[in-house]
Design a protein around this ligand. Structure first.
Ligand code: SF4
Length: 152
């Protein structure tokens, strides 16, 4: 793996560790941007890792989330503006590579754990921006996930 992408996975591991013990009901509501009115903003290096994960997803199911209690997906995905990376069975198809914004339990129903998540978030965002800038000139400028996936 590209050393920058490896650095990003190490950063994600530290982010996840800072949320140790946090949980949510796994409704996948946060992946339905039409409901929440918000969506993750992603840097270029996060997009590179997503592409890497999608390319590797063909034969291996290892990047799929182990379980999600998904809301039913309506026939009209556009109406809910569902993340294109949410599979029809309610799993994030790039779970291990999901962006930082998908790891932060921002939902009001999230149950906090002992991890010092909120205190370290700003530091993690700064680390991510620094890494994205080193990876690619201008790469620290985050864009909405759907706009990136739609190639806009
Ligand atoms: S990348 Fe995965 S976790 Fe993030 S919004 Fe999309 S489906 Fe949900």
């Amino acid at each position: 793996m590209d050393p920058f992408l490896r650095e990003l996975t190490e950063l994600y591991a530290r982010v996840d560790a800072s949320y140790e013990g946090w949980s949510c009901s796994g409704t996948t509501e946060c992946c339905r941007f039409g409901i929440t009115g918000r969506q993750p903003y992603v840097t270029a290096i996060e997009v590179s890792l997503l592409r890497h994960a999608l390319a590797g997803a063909g034969g291996s199911g290892s990047i799929l989330a182990p379980r999600r209690r998904a809301l039913p997906i309506t026939p009209n995905r556009e109406l809910e503006r569902i993340c294109p990376l949410l599979s029809r069975d309610g799993r994030c198809s790039v779970y291990a590579a999901r962006p930082l914004g998908c790891r932060t339990y921002y939902c009001a129903r999230a149950r906090p754990g002992p991890g010092p998540a909120r205190d370290s978030l700003h530091e993690h965002v700064r680390e991510l921006q620094d890494l994205a800038a080193r990876h690619q000139l201008g790469g620290e400028l985050a864009r909405p996930l759907t706009r990136v996936l739609e190639g806009a």
